[in-house]
Structure formats: C-alpha cells, structure tokens
Design a protein around this ligand. Structure first.
Ligand code: SF4
Length: 186
C-alpha cells in the first residue's frame, strides 16, 4: 500500500469506513446526516442544542437540517421544547431511542478490530501507519485490496522473470507497477 500517498490512503480509508457506515445506517433505516445530528445532540450543552447551532456545526443548509429534524422527531429519536425565556428559541433533546441508535452505529466493528490488531505495532512514518491501517480494515471488511504485485500471494519472481500464479502468465515490468483487482496479500 506504500505506493499511495498519505492523502490517497486517507481517502481510501474514508471510502471504506463510509461504505461500512452506509450499510449499517441502511439496515437501521437512517441517513448519515441523521447520525451526525444525534451525535451532536449527545455532545452539546444547553446553550448549543438549538437548530441554529446544529446548522452551524454541521455546515449544512437550514433546509437540510430542518428536514432531518422533522424525520428524527417523527421517528421518536429527538424532541423539541420551547425556551422558557424566549418563545422564538427551540431546544432539541436526544431521546432514549435516539441514543439507542447511536449505540447501534458506533463504534464500527471493523475499526475496533483494526485498532486492536495495530495496537502494539510501530511504524516509521504516517504513510506506513495509514497503509497498514487500510490493509487491516480491508481484511476485516473482506474487501478487495487493489494492491501491487510485489505484495501479492500470486506473485513470483525467479531469475528476473516475474509471473502471476493466478493467471499463470508472465508479468511485464510496467504491469507490476499498477494496482490489480485480483491482488491478495501474502
Ligand atoms: S493477481 Fe494481480 S496483483 Fe497478484 S500477481 Fe497476479 S497480476 Fe499481480
């Protein structure tokens, strides 16, 4: 995985975690933005539990936030109450059902698994650490690695002749520099 830059590794880790999260959210009938709202309400204090503060925090449009709040209220995950001193201000509360959803979506199992696997390893650079993290996440998620030949279990090099054991074909030098869909770590 070290042929990718740190930025590309982060992007791939993000894509993998997002796809894992999407599966989890879909099973619960919830959108990523809904989880962000519930997370925020589990963290914010009583000066910050308003739709305006939430909109500011998420950096989304008022319309998107308002629509999400309606859905979450309908599902019984949050409630709204008027401020005791200013009738124009509404406060949002996370209800037990919303908290339950948060517990179900976090932490992502594969990330916990990766953290445990990498706990005692040392890395010589951030890029190496990210590469190892991505590899562990891919393995935990059973997703394809899209790696290079020199880390693949099907790759052999004898007397300068490079060969793919999967396709039983010789590999030209330029081919082994490219990522492969069939790659499997040794
Ligand atoms: S399966 Fe792909 S990555 Fe593995 S040796 Fe063959 S061509 Fe290379």
């Amino acid at each position: 995985m070290q042929f990718l830059t740190s930025f590309q590794l982060l992007e791939r880790i993000n894509a993998l975690l997002s796809s894992e999260a999407r599966k989890r959210y879909a099973a619960l009938g919830i959108q990523p933005v809904h989880v962000q709202v519930l997370e925020y309400l589990s963290l914010c204090n009583h000066y910050s539990d308003t739709p305006a503060a939430l909109t500011e925090y998420l950096g989304l449009t008022k319309g998107t936030v308002s629509q999400s709040l309606q859905i979450l209220e309908r599902k019984g995950y949050i409630s709204k109450t008027q401020d005791m001193h200013d009738g124009r201000v509404v406060h949002l509360q996370l209800l037990d059902a919303g908290l339950d959803i948060l517990h179900k979506v976090q932490p992502l199992d594969i990330f916990t698994e990766a953290e445990e696997t990498l706990l005692h390893r040392e890395f010589r650079s951030v890029r190496h650490a990210l590469g190892a993290t991505l590899q562990v996440l891919q393995q935990a998620n059973n997703s394809k690695s899209f790696g290079l030949c020199n880390t693949c279990k099907h790759f052999t090099e004898i007397d300068g002749h490079t060969h793919c054991g999967l396709t039983d074909e010789p590999l030209h030098r330029e081919v082994i520099q490219k990522i492969c869909r069939e790659h499997e770590f040794r």
